[in-house]
Ligand binder design. Structure first.
Ligand SMILES: Cc1ncc(COP(=O)(O)O)c(C=O)c1O
Length: 383
């Protein structure tokens, strides 16, 4: 029997699916069998902490980076912490670094009791501005630590030149830059040591936490292996105070499988970035561009506009996920109040923090989804 009430109660048909900011389930669908098999092998062997899957992944990841050594860690933060220890950084030392990054870059410095000395960033790349680095160097400077932010390599030649002149090591925070290239060479081996993160949303993400320290220095690699395992090379003999920073066997197995897909995934991210460029070229947004020396890993696609907050609301309301990387630079974070900074100290970073908006970017993003993001942005600017 016809029931008019039923008709009026019907929910409106949703014409479009939400576009998540990050779609790990989409990646999982294409991988599930392969990772299930790899995890099952680890379970059968019960090699849960380090073990053969981690050893194999370390070899494969070192090769991928063009490095002599990769040492698996339980996070990017712990890898960077140990990098600081390898350089002998400690209380009274200063590390020149960027205020516009995820906080863990600075944690590594703070954990060893050293002081982060911030230098402003370049407007175009969001990375440490080499022109400003030299004037921040003092007799207490122990190292320079740039970040390849959003997967875009920093200006390594310029930074290495300054480091050579002042006899300082460079530490690359490559946490977001798996497979990014500087003048054709994969980042991670330009400095004395580098740290990668395998946090799940990264271009190469674990199924949990993970990280790696990469270096061409055999002594550094050996000491990093000891430090991550309670400061020991022989069980129950401890040469120095160490940490439990071991990579889990299951993460080594998962990362080993995923590493085989990374080049293709990075190419997929590049496709998305190019399509955004085509579709958004005539909008008032400032789009992220690759510098002449750079092949970005396109970890994030970060656009800029002074009306960023309104634009984010507009996209949120249309089911389009977007995010802020990062809303507050490190020199203005409460945890670093003791450094005595104030608004205006690093104006380029502060402006970037006010204007940045990260759009969805992942290899599984379809052309239709990219077009929907772009048309929602165009609609915003027409309003
Ligand atoms: C630039 C940067 N450095 C360091 C880290 C720390 O890595 P993890 O989260 O694996 O400890 C991250 C992770 O988000 C990062 O983005």
């Amino acid at each position: 029997m016809f029931n008019a009430k039923l008709l009026t109660q019907r929910k409106p048909v949703q014409m479009t699916e939400n576009i998540p900011y990050l779609d790990l389930p989409a990646q999982m669908r294409g991988l599930r069998k392969e990772v299930d098999a790899a995890i099952a092998r680890t379970l059968d062997r019960c090699t849960f902490c380090l073990g053969p899957d981690v050893v194999q992944f370390e070899k494969d990841f070192a090769r991928f980076c063009g490095a002599q050594h990769a040492v698996g860690f339980n996070s990017g933060t712990s890898a960077l912490h140990v990098a600081m220890l390898l350089l002998g950084a400690g209380p009274g030392d200063e590390i020149v670094t960027t205020p516009f990054t995820f906080v863990a870059t600075s944690w590594a410095i703070s954990y060893v009791g050293a002081k982060p000395v911030y230098v402003d960033i370049e407007d175009a790349t969001f990375n440490l501005d080499p022109k400003l680095v030299e004037r921040a160097i003092t007799p207490r400077t122990k190292a320079v630590m740039p970040v390849h932010l959003y997967g875009h390599p920093c200006d390594l030649d310029a930074l290495l030149e300054i480091c050579r002149k002042h006899h300082l090591p460079l530490v690359e925070d490559a946490a977001q830059a798996h497979g990014a290239k500087y003048r054709g060479k994969t980042v991670g081996t330009f400095g004395a040591v580098s740290g990668f993160s395998f946090y799940p949303g990264k271009n190469l993400g674990a199924y949990g936490e993970g990280g790696a320290l990469v270096t061409n220095n055999a002594d550094f690699a050996a000491r990093a292996r000891a430090l991550r395992e309670h400061g020991s090379t022989r069980r129950y003999y401890h040469d120095e105070v160490g940490f439990n920073y071991r990579m889990e066997g299951i993460q080594g197995a998962v990362l080993g499988v995923k590493l085989g897909h990374l080049a293709r995934w990075n190419a997929g991210r590049r496709r998305v970035a190019h399509r955004y460029h085509e579709l958004l070229a005539d909008t008032p947004l400032q789009l992220p561009r690759e510098a002449g020396y750079a092949e970005s890993a396109w970890h994030l696609f970060v656009v800029r506009h002074p009306r960023r907050d309104e634009l984010k609301q507009h996209l949120d309301a249309r089911g389009i996920g977007c995010a802020l990387h990062y809303p507050l630079p490190l020199h203005l974070q409460k945890c670093y109040a003791s450094l005595g900074h104030k608004p205006g100290d690093f104006p380029v970073a502060e402006k970037a923090a006010r204007e940045c908006l990260s759009l969805p970017i992942y290899p599984e993003l379809t052309d239709g989804q990219i077009e929907r993001v772009a048309s929602a942005i165009k609609e915003f600017f027409r309003k």
